[in-house]
Design a binder for this molecule. Structure first.
Ligand SMILES: Nc1ncnc2c1ncn2[C@@H]1O[C@H](COP(=O)(O)OP(=O)(O)OP(=O)(O)O)[C@@H](O)[C@H]1O
Ligand SMILES: [Mg+2]
Length: 327
């Protein structure tokens, strides 16, 4: 894609949780940017901080125990981080749409689908009840729900899991967002439904032209979808590059390991990330060494003493690894 304006600039976000067992260092200083119309894929194994990073931007975490200890998130010239809930409500579901991992907890079981779709349009776009209803039906059609008008009075439990996910997409798109944050469900849906959802997102992206952050466990999905990919590990971005560059020339041993577990990028079968040997990092300690060092096959002495920062090695390819810093 050609050079576009930056729509979201995230700098040094760090989020912790105070728990009975101690402080969980979930996100440890993450920076990234999103260009207009771009699709950024975010991959990383379970617990790597993908959801907490994005939820920090919109303050969708329970605080306490969560605490955003540093960072900025510039969206259209405004830093989101200092905003209070009321101010954020004007942006959430409006200019920034989001789809969460679990559609069951995100839809309100006692409100009709029509209400849940129409409400953000009435609030953010000032539509009348009638206008919102008409647009709601259009949106349901857009995401492939048949007989949409007849479904507006139905409640979430009257929809299948895949249909609920489509409804979630429709809600996220209701106000024509500039940015869509989609946290892909990893267990709730079967592969066929995920594929359908992906097709919808690809199509809508072309039609609506918003920028998207797509969170997934699945490197195969990212290969077919993203312009750029950020790989997360232990609450850090450890590598980030344009998608073709990342797949052709992975620099971080973690990414290299991930790609080795992937049988065929274009194939039907794509593996999940859990297949790398070793335990996920302990987030209770303050991260002072490379988080991947205990699982890395190429550990240097320096890796155990100092955490490498994310450095641009050319071609917009950034990596946080002492091997790459020193070579
Ligand atoms: N409310 C909470 N209290 C304590 N720790 C939490 C809380 N929410 C998240 N965490 C911790 O923060 C870390 C990052 O979690 P996060 O949900 O961002 O992971 P993820 O990359 O989205 O994983 P998944 O792929 O499974 O969705 C994890 O160690 C998790 O246990
Ligand atoms: Mg998550």
């Amino acid at each position: 894609m050609s050079a576009q304006a930056t729509i979201l600039q995230v700098e040094n976000i760090a989020t912790r949780f105070r728990t009975q067992d101690g402080v969980v260092h979930a996100v440890n200083g993450i920076s990234f940017e999103l260009k207009e119309g771009e699709l950024l894929g975010v991959v990383g194994e379970s617990g790597s901080g993908k959801s907490v990073t994005m939820m920090s931007l919109l303050k969708l975490l329970p605080m306490p125990p969560a605490e955003i200890v540093s960072g900025k998130a510039n969206f259209e010239g405004q830093d989101l981080i200092p905003l209070n809930t009321n101010q954020l409500r004007k942006i959430r579901g409006g200019k920034i749409g989001f789809i969460f991992q679990d559609p069951m907890t995100s839809l309100n079981p006692v409100l009709t689908i029509g209400y849940q779709l129409g409400e953000p349009m009435r609030e953010h776009l000032g539509m009348s009840r009638r206008e919102a209803r008409k647009r709601s039906a259009e949106l349901l059609e857009l995401v492939g729900i048949p007989m949409a008008e007849n479904r507006l009075n139905d409640f979430p439990h009257q929809f299948s899991g895949g249909m609920r996910q489509r409804v979630m997409i429709a809600i996220a798109l209701a106000c024509d967002p500039k940015v869509l944050i989609a946290d892909e469900p990893t267990t709730a849906l079967d592969v066929t439904i995920q594929a359908q959802i992906l097709d919808i997102v690809k199509r809508l992206r072309k039609e609506l032209g918003m920028a998207i952050i797509w969170i997934t466990h699945d490197l195969g999905v990212v290969a077919g979808l993203a312009d750029r990919v950020a790989v997360m590990y232990g609450g850090f971005i450890v590598e980030e590059a344009p998608v073709d560059e990342l797949y052709a020339n992975p620099k971080h041993p973690y990414t290299q390991g991930l790609l080795k577990t992937l049988p065929n990028l274009k194939g039907e079968r794509s593996k999940r990330l859990e297949s790398i040997i070793g335990q996920p990092p302990d987030l209770l300690g303050k991260p002072e060494s490379c988080p991947f060092a205990p699982r890395c096959t190429q550990t240097l002495e320096r890796c155990l003493k100092e955490n490498p920062s994310l450095i641009n090695r050319g071609n917009n390819h950034k990596v946080a690894c002492w091997w790459n810093h020193e070579s």
